[in-house]
Design a protein around this ligand. Structure first.
Ligand code: FES
Length: 188
């Protein structure tokens, strides 16, 4: 995944800060990975490399641990994060079809983030509302129940509309700021 503007610097300073607060022992590896992830939202390859150097551990070992524990994510969270429940009830009611529908619409596979970081897609274990199966969790705070492929289209449309609206608002604010600055200049 390509880094965004300024992200490299952010990763380097985050790892530096985490290393400064660690005893630099091998036992510190998991807590250090957790701290990096809580600050950056994921574990970029560059962060793992730098941690490997700082803790004097082969990078391959760090990568092994990060991929072994599913608390760690190697891809950045998308602006719109979708988690498809694959617990027994959801699976039985068509969770797999829901997941495939999202994969098709987002053009990514489960576990991935779209290159523009707009979408990320994951499968999760039971989220505790089996009566609504198949269930999808959007952005960690919104539960969608009875998600059919048609509803997947609806959810994707809502994302697209929300994103478009946000872009328009940003543009309007930008124009407003320019206008105010130009008027301020005239009044001097
Ligand atoms: S199995 Fe999906 S909410 Fe329980």
């Amino acid at each position: 995944m390509q880094l965004l503007e300024g992200e490299r610097e952010l990763i380097l300073s985050t790892v530096e800060e985490v290393l400064q607060n660690s005893s630099r022992n091998r036992e510190d590896l998991i807590p250090s990975l957790q701290r990096v992830q809580s600050k950056l939202g994921y574990l970029p390859a560059l962060a793992m490399e730098k941690l490997a150097e700082g803790l004097d551990i082969p990078a391959v070992d760090i990568y092994g641990i990060a991929t072994f524990y599913n608390q760690f994510r190697l891809n950045p969270p998308g602006k719109y994060q979708v988690k498809v429940c694959m617990g027994t009830a959801c699976y039985m009611k068509g969770g797999e079809i829901t997941l495939e529908s999202f994969e098709r619409r987002m053009e990514i596979e489960e576990g991935e983030t779209s290159p523009d970081r707009l979408y990320s897609l994951e499968r999760v274990a039971c989220v505790g509302c089996c009566t609504l199966a198949p269930v999808v969790v959007v952005n960690d705070d919104h539960i969608e129940g009875y998600v059919t492929p048609t509803r997947v289209d609806g959810i994707m449309l809502e994302f697209e509309e929300a994103d478009q609206k946000e872009e328009e608002t940003e543009k309007e604010t930008e124009e407003e700021t320019k206008k105010t600055a130009a008027e301020g200049g005239k009044n001097k």
